[in-house]
Design a protein around this ligand. Structure first.
Ligand SMILES: Nc1ncnc2c1ncn2[C@@H]1O[C@H](COP(=O)(O)OP(=O)(O)OP(=O)(O)O)[C@@H](O)[C@H]1O
Ligand SMILES: [Mg+2]
Length: 609
């Protein structure tokens, strides 16, 4: 119920449609009951025409107990007024009346559904938007533990399930109970005795139906989770297709996928078969009640003669009319359970606390003036510290290079200054502002970042460089020139408008890097963070990328994470790292003279080259 309440908040902006839906549902319920009541004069005209059309005096209302007789007599009176003693004309009138009520019943039904559609799809839209916004806001760390496909399933199918199950209840909340109430009132008016009889069976049926709905949430949850799993698998497969093929791992992956779809098959069979049980169960229970009614009511007509034949038929029609909403209500309780499972998964994301929120009164960093300071920081992703008591100062306008073995924590430093993660101990300051107390937006405004793996999007080259910035064609070309990318771009079939495919797959590794450098150049931030790709480029592309890097570092404060040591010989300071600690620092000359770790690294690389 809790989930339902939280989801229902999303309907508030659309409450206007809710009200309209309620209005038309009331009319619908009314007309659906009426449509059975008008059968009574029809049947009377057919079976008992003498009585039906010879009422010449206006009947008198004699209290609620005889309201049905009054209704029938009034109908008879009005029919007589119009048709006189003409039976076939009388028949036409009552048929027209039946058509009329059914017509309006269906019109109102459609209108009710028409308006609720806006509410349902509106909620769907807003929940999805909120989910997406949340996904974009949540820190990187949230996603290292989550499968992408699972998130996709939550935004896709779980939200849809909510729309299907929860929101379809909304439209029933009014319609079905009202239909039942109106119908029961009409039934009471026809025969009190019979209706009391019906009431005995309702709780029994309700209990039987609730038995069927057991475990439904758990079953539904399993299905949704499996869906998330195989979406993840598809996502990973598409991303890693090259490797899968190269390593002949198609079968392994196909089997993994088959296992997942088999589980899905099993789980969703169980779920669907259980859900499908709802309607036959309630229908059969219903018809059983009706059979008993037929026996009891038939006796009232034939033997006791306390009930007219046509009233009894209309009554049975009404009793059957209760079945549909009763079925719908029993189905609804299943839907709530299924919806709960989906809502739980959706709300889990929506309600995740963002640990990297801006603090209250966070400072807006306007510009970068003095220096960046890593003050005795320690950091761990999980259990072991990746960086320990790390200190570093980067003065404005200088280039600091980080080198060291793989896994020594270089990229981690880039993750910390950009606040993808927060330090566990110590602090990082920019111009003496602790970056934890600065708005993330203003902090990242000062930073340009080129990540170790070039991240590009399925879009044109120009959009990938401009990337959300409103840049002119000239600015884009300029940035591409600085990034040493202009020449290869103009050689592409559509130049800057060439679509580069999923994650830029139509480009070479070095080309991708230069596009991502151009993107950082265009942003033109005072601080650049370059995480040079490890992938060994051929000498020519390496040179191209290196020139791009050098050009972009000019007149900027840069932190360069370098794997090719040739890139950083001109750096003002080189930091040599080992296992999260600094082991040497100085400029190229000093470090070579030291004849230590750096010297060995350089030697090793020149041997390779
Ligand atoms: N998201 C993460 N979750 C847990 N551990 C991580 C995560 N990212 C990195 N690590 C660990 O942190 C350590 C430092 O990683 P980092 O990426 O900073 O190394 P690096 O110096 O950039 O290495 P390379 O030269 O290979 O790029 C590694 O031992 C790695 O296993
Ligand atoms: Mg790295």
């Amino acid at each position: 119920m809790d989930y339902f309440k939280k989801i229902i908040k999303y309907a508030i902006p659309y409450k206007k449609y809710g009200y309209l839906n309620i209005l038309f549902n009331i009319l619908y319920a009314l007309f659906s009951t009426l449509s059975f009541l008008v059968l009574m004069p029809l049947l009377q005209v057919i079976f008992n025409p003498e009585k039906a059309i010879t009422i010449t005096s206006k009947p008198v209302y004699q209290g609620i107990g005889k309201v049905m007789a009054y209704f029938k007599e009034s109908m008879g009176y009005y029919i007589h007024q119009v048709a006189g003693e003409d039976k076939s004309k009388a028949l036409m009138i009552v048929i027209a009346l039946v058509i009329f009520t059914f017509f309006f019943k269906n019109i109102f039904n459609y209108l009710a559904m028409y308006f609720i559609t806006f509410l349902r799809n509106g909620v769907l839209k807003d929940v999805r938007n909120d989910l997406y916004k949340k996904v974009v806001e949540l820190p990187i760390s949230y996603f290292s533990e989550k499968r992408k496909g699972d998130i996709m399933a939550r935004i896709g199918t779980d939200v849809l399930e909510i729309q299907h199950s929860f929101l379809s209840i909304l439209e029933m909340v009014i319609r079905e109970p009202l239909t039942i109430i109106f119908t029961i009132v009409a039934m009471l008016m026809i025969s009190l005795k019979l209706t009391i009889f019906v009431f005995i069976f309702i709780p029994i049926s309700g209990f039987l139906i609730s038995l069927v709905g057991k475990n439904l949430k758990k079953k539904s949850d399993r299905v949704q989770k499996e869906q998330g799993f195989f979406l993840s698998l598809i996502e990973e497969t598409l991303g890693g297709l090259k490797i899968i093929k190269a390593f002949n791992a198609e079968n392994t992956f196909t089997n993994k996928f088959k296992e997942s779809t088999s589980r899905f098959f099993k789980f969703s069979n169980a779920l669907l078969n259980r859900t499908n049980l709802a309607s036959p169960t309630s229908e059969f229970l219903g018809i059983t009640v009706i059979a008993i009614l037929l026996y009891y009511g038939g006796n009232l007509v034939l033997i006791e003669k306390s009930l007219d034949g046509e009233d009894f038929i209309a009554y049975m029609g009404l009793a059957y009319n209760i079945l549909t909403p009763a079925k719908a209500i029993s189905k609804a309780s299943y839907r709530v359970k299924k919806g709960n499972a989906a809502a739980e998964r959706v709300l889990e994301i929506l309600e995740t606390d963002n640990p990297l929120k801006d603090v209250e009164n966070a400072v807006e960093l306007e510009a970068f003036n003095e220096q960046i300071n890593f003050k005795n920081i320690s950091f761990k992703y999980e259990d072991d510290y990746v960086l320990e008591n790390f200190n570093l100062t980067v003065p404005k306008g200088k280039t600091v290079a980080l080198v060291g073995q793989s896994g020594s924590g270089k990229s981690t430093l880039a993750n910390l200054i950009t606040r993808f993660y927060d330090v566990n101990k110590g602090e990082i300051t920019i111009d003496n502002h602790n970056i934890k107390k600065v708005t993330k937006k203003s902090l990242r405004n000062l930073l340009g970042i080129v990540t170790q793996d070039a991240v590009l999007f399925h879009d044109s080259i120009a959009s990938n460089i401009a990337f959300g910035k409103n840049a002119s064609k000239e600015e884009i070309i300029n940035a591409a020139k600085i990034a040493n990318a202009h020449d290869f771009i103009v050689d592409l079939p559509n130049g800057y408008d060439t679509n580069i495919g999923d994650s830029g797959n139509k480009l070479s590794g070095g080309q991708k890097q230069r596009i991502s450098i151009a993107r950082a150049v265009l942003k033109n931030p005072p601080i650049m963070i370059l995480d040079e790709a490890t992938s060994a480029l051929d000498t020519e592309s390496e040179k191209a990328v290196q020139i791009a890097l050098e050009k972009m570092m000019e007149n900027r404060t840069s932190i360069v994470i370098a794997h090719r040591l040739s890139t950083i010989q001109k750096a003002d300071k080189i930091i040599v790292m080992q296992k999260g600690k600094i082991v040497e620092q100085g400029n190229h000359k000093e470090l070579i003279a030291k004849n230590g770790v750096y010297y060995n690294l350089v030697n090793m690389q020149s041997l390779e080259g």
